[in-house]
Design a binder for this molecule. Structure first.
Ligand SMILES: *[C@@H]1O[C@H](CO)[C@@H](O)[C@H](O)[C@H]1NC(C)=O
Ligand SMILES: *[C@@H]1O[C@H](CO)[C@@H](O)[C@H](O)[C@H]1NC(C)=O
Length: 470
C-alpha cells in the first residue's frame, strides 16, 4: 500500500517523456490560430447518431400517459396537477411538456437529448449530434426510451410491484420491450451493444435489465446505484479486485448533470450574502447519507449556518431560492447517492458548493474544473467539531468573488432546457446536451477498440469483463 519514497526510474523517464510531448505540442501548434470557441468547435467533426426505432409508447407516449392521469397524489405533484388541467387530450405527442414535479423534473435529460436528435437538420443550429438514417453510418446508436419517466410513472401508478418482475409492473414490461427490441437488431449483434447509448439519470431507471445493458454507453448522474448492486451480488464481501458485469466505468460511461430546478441568478444580480453556509433537504438518509445526520447535528446550532428541512412544492422552492441566493456557501453532502440535484441548483444560484461526498463523480470533468468554484472537503474532516465552519471562514472575500465569477461562466454548461415544446428546436451550443455528446465522442476510439477485440474472439470463448480503471 505505502508508496515508495523516491520515484522509480521509469516514472521519472515517463514524466520526462510526457513533458517533452507537451513542449512539442505547444511548440508545434504555436503557429496555428488559438483554439476555436465552443461554437465552431461543435460544428466540426460532429458525432453521428442513429436513433433506434422504438414505438412512441416508450417515449412521448409515456408523457401522454402521465398527463392523462386523473390526478396525482404523489409527493411534489401539486404543480403537475395544475398543468394537467390545461393540457388538451388532443395535444400532439411531441409538444407535451416534461413533468414539473421536482422529483421527476430533475431527471429530464432524456427529454432534451431526444428533442435535439429529432430536430430537423435545417433547424439545428449548433447541435453537436448529427442524426443519420442508416445505423451502419453511425458512431453510436441512441435508444430513445424515457427510462426515468417510465420508472417514476410506475411509482405513481403502483409502487407495490416496482421491484417485481411481473406483468403488472408496466415499467418492467417496458424495460423488456426495449431490450428485446434492440437486441434483435443487426447493430446490437455487431457491437454487443457497446455503441448503444441509454439515458439513465434516475438511479432506479432500467433497474431490472441492468446486467443486459451494462456493455453500453450509459448516461448516468453517478455510479451510486451500480456500486451498491455490485456489493450485493458480491455477497456483502465487497473487494476491490472483484469486477462484476454490473460494473460501470468512467472509460465508457458519461456522467451527466441533474436538471437544475432553480432559476439562474446572473452575476450582475448578485446581492449581499449574510449567511455563511446553507443546506436544505431531508436530514435522514440511508447509506452514504448517514453523514447528513451527523453533519446536521454538528452544524445546526452554529451561528451563520442555516439548516432547514423543506418540502418539494412551491413553498420549498421559494425557500431554496432565498436560502441559496443569500448564502456564501451551499452544503452538498452525500444523499441516497453521491450526488444530487442540489449541486446544480447551487451553481445556478451562485452559491459556492461545499462538496462533502468522498466518492462523488461530476459531469464533464476535463471540460469543467470544479476546483475553480467549489470547495471539496473530506468526510472525515467535515465531521470534526468546528472544522468546517472555521475552514469556510478562512476564505477571503477576494477568493469567494473569484469562485463566483468562475461559477457564472459554467452556469450555461448545466442547462438542458432549450425553451422549445417537446425539446425540439435549436439548442444552446454550450449547454448540457452538446457537452454530453462531446463526452461520448471522446470515448469513441476506446469503444471501437473494444468492439474489434470482442469480434476477434473465437466463437464460444468467454472472457470475463474487466475494467482497467484509472
Ligand atoms: C452468499 O453467502 C451465503 C452465506 O454465506 C451463502 O449461503 C450463499 O450461497 C452465498 N450466495 C452467493 C450467490 O454466493
Ligand atoms: C407545501 O407543503 C407544506 C407542508 O406540507 C405546506 O405547509 C405548504 O402550505 C405547501 N405549500 C404550497 C404552496 O402548497
Amino acid at each position: 500500500m505505502a508508496p515508495p519514497r523516491t520515484p522509480p526510474l521509469f516514472i521519472t523517464l515517463s514524466l520526462l517523456c510526457i513533458l517533452s510531448l507537451i513542449f512539442f505540442y505547444l511548440y508545434s501548434t504555436s503557429t496555428i490560430p488559438p483554439p476555436p470557441n465552443f461554437k465552431t468547435d461543435f460544428s466540426q467533426d460532429r458525432i453521428k447518431v442513429y436513433v433506434s426505432p422504438l414505438p412512441r409508447s416508450l417515449n412521448y407516449g409515456l408523457l401522454q400517459k402521465y398527463w392523462a392521469l386523473s390526478s396525482n397524489t404523489r409527493i411534489g405533484s401539486q404543480v403537475d396537477n395544475e398543468i394537467r388541467k390545461k393540457i388538451s387530450p388532443k395535444q400532439s405527442l411531441k409538444s407535451l411538456p416534461f413533468p414539473e414535479n421536482p422529483i421527476i423534473k430533475q431527471y429530464s435529460a432524456e427529454y432534451w437529448i431526444l428533442g435535439d436528435l429529432l430536430t430537423p437538420e435545417h433547424l439545428k443550429g449548433d447541435s453537436f449530434a448529427k442524426r443519420v438514417s442508416d445505423s451502419r453510418e453511425a458512431d453510436v446508436i441512441f435508444v430513445p426510451f424515457f427510462a426515468a419517466l417510465s420508472a417514476e410513472l410506475q411509482l405513481v401508478v403502483d409502487k407495490g410491484v416496482f421491484r417485481k418482475r411481473v406483468e403488472t409492473n408496466e415499467d418492467y414490461v417496458r424495460q423488456r420491450m426495449v431490450i428485446d427490441s434492440v437486441k434483435k437488431t443487426e447493430a446490437w449483434r455487431k457491437s454487443g451493444g457497446r455503441d448503444h447509448v441509454f439515458v439513465l439519470t434516475d438511479p432506479v431507471a432500467m433497474w431490472h435489465v441492468k446486467d443486459e445493458i451494462a456493455p453500453a454507453i450509459l448516461l448516468v448522474v453517478d455510479f451510486g446505484g451500480w456500486y451498491r448492486l455490485d456489493t450485493k451480488t458480491s455477497n456483502g464481501s465487497s473487494s476491490d479486485s472483484m469486477i462484476h458485469h454490473t460494473q460501470v466505468s468512467l472509460l465508457k460511461d458519461v456522467i451527466v448533470p441533474y436538471t437544475h430546478l432553480l432559476p439562474r441568478l446572473h452575476l450582475f444580480e448578485n446581492r449581499k450574502r449574510p449567511t455563511l453556509l446553507y443546506f436544505k433537504g431531508a436530514k435522514h438518509r440511508h447509506r452514504g447519507g448517514l453523514i447528513r445526520e451527523k453533519l446536521w447535528d454538528l452544524l445546526i446550532d452554529e451561528p451563520g449556518v442555516i439548516m432547514e428541512e423543506g418540502f418539494p412544492n412551491a413553498t420549498g422552492k421559494e425557500q431554496s431560492i432565498k436560502g441559496m441566493r443569500s448564502s456564501q456557501f451551499c452544503l452538498h453532502p452525500a444523499g441516497d447517492t453521491p450526488t444530487s440535484c442540489r449541486l446544480f441548483d447551487a451553481v445556478q444560484s451562485l452559491c459556492i458548493p461545499v462538496i462533502v461526498s468522498d466518492n462523488v463523480e461530476l459531469p464533464f470533468e476535463g471540460m469543467v474544473d470544479y476546483s475553480e468554484f467549489s470547495v471539496f472537503v473530506a468526510v472525515s474532516d467535515a465531521l470534526k467539531p468546528d472544522w468546517l465552519v472555521s475552514h469556510l471562514r478562512s476564505y477571503s472575500r477576494k477568493q469567494k468573488d473569484r469562485f463566483r465569477r468562475n461559477m457564472a461562466t459554467v452556469q450555461p454548461v448545466f442547462q438542458y432546457d432549450n425553451g422549445h415544446l417537446g425539446g425540439v428546436g435549436p439548442i444552446p451550443p454550450g449547454g448540457a446536451v452538446n457537452h454530453i455528446w462531446r463526452k461520448v465522442h471522446q470515448k469513441l476510439p476506446l469503444i471501437r477498440e473494444a468492439i474489434t477485440r470482442e469480434r476477434r474472439k473465437p466463437q464460444g470463448v468467454s472472457v470475463p469483463l474487466r475494467c482497467h480503471c484509472i
